[in-house]
Design a protein around this ligand. Sequence first.
Ligand code: C2O
Ligand code: CU
Ligand code: CU
Length: 404
Amino acid sequence: MLNGVVPSPTIRLRTGDAFQYRFRNGLREPSILHWHGLLVPDDADGHPRHAIDPGGTYDYAFPVLQRAGTYWYHPHAHHRTAAQVHLGMAGFLIVSDAEEEALGLPSGEQEILMVLQDRDRANAFAYAPTPTDLREGYLRDCPYGNGIPEPTVHVPGGTCRLRILNGSQARVYLLGFDEGVPFTIIGNDGGLLPAPVTVDSAYLGVGERLDCLVDLPPSGEYLTLSSRHFSESGILFGPGTPQGSEIRGLLVLRGTSRKVPGRYVPPAVLSRVAPLGAPVVTRRFAFSSAGGESAHWIAGRHFAMDRIDVRVPFAQVERWEFINDSDLPHPVHVHGCQFQVVERVGWRGQVFPYEGGWKDTALVMPHESVAIHICFNAYRGLYLLHCHNLQHEDQGMMLNIEVS
Ligand code: C2O
Ligand code: CU
Ligand code: CU
């Protein structure tokens, strides 16, 4: 854990701030922190080549270029990310800015930050992956929210802002309320959506975030957030609680106030997101998995610390296609950039409205292909493309991207 707490402390910043942080590695193994979703110089990005030994320190300093959004941070030492995140090293990094503040969104007690993880009921913080775990990802049956099993959160009532991070090892959620009430998504990985989107359910892959508005029932009543069943064929395979299983009670929201606080109604336009221009290059990345250990590849490759896999010119708009050649979900994440999801073919066959705006992670389900437009225009340097299923990532489903 970080600073003795699970989840790790929430860091709040504002666009334009100068961020400084000293990481001291108190573990018995190498580690390094990565700021997921932030635009930072490559020496502050937590690339695994910067992992430090036990007892060492690493100093970060960078300006917050980011617009407002729900970002997060976690360790990124190669082969050790899964175990360290499982220990509880993962926290929110919340950035605010003038555009978001002007919306007057619910705050204080009306704002809930929730990191979802699934853990073993009996042995929640032990990490001992089996061969099946190494293939499918570490999937367990007990939902944890902010380090607590099946949490209940008390809120005064009215409209609350619920910011959800999927900080699981491998679990994909199809989020919805058992009571059938809709919720309104106003933001995702990279901040506000162009317009609010009201849904009955939404997918959330590992590493992705959703920023939602939920209308709470009056005092004493509650809403239960669960993950619904999903599978391409309708059938689930695998032992335990396989991917796509229904998991009930990720979070219970309970209204506590007798006088019902007012509802917040978001404006029809939240933010302006200009589409990236026409791409000049298309690159294709096939994500493949087989049985056995180290059996997850991107474009036929395993991660090699010092090999540059893709060279991308600074500020060039490109189209990247992520092709899922396997029967496992791959939440695909890129460092050093926020991108736009433009197309999904295959199983789910659509880009969901809540995948609009800016994203740093795109969920590529079995037999899907997802296309993004991407443009690295913040910094030159060495960044990463990887699957955020942490078992896949640790086994090398990751490539080095050099922006120059
Ligand atoms: Cu959430 Cu490479 O990271
Ligand atoms: Cu990241
Ligand atoms: Cu994967």
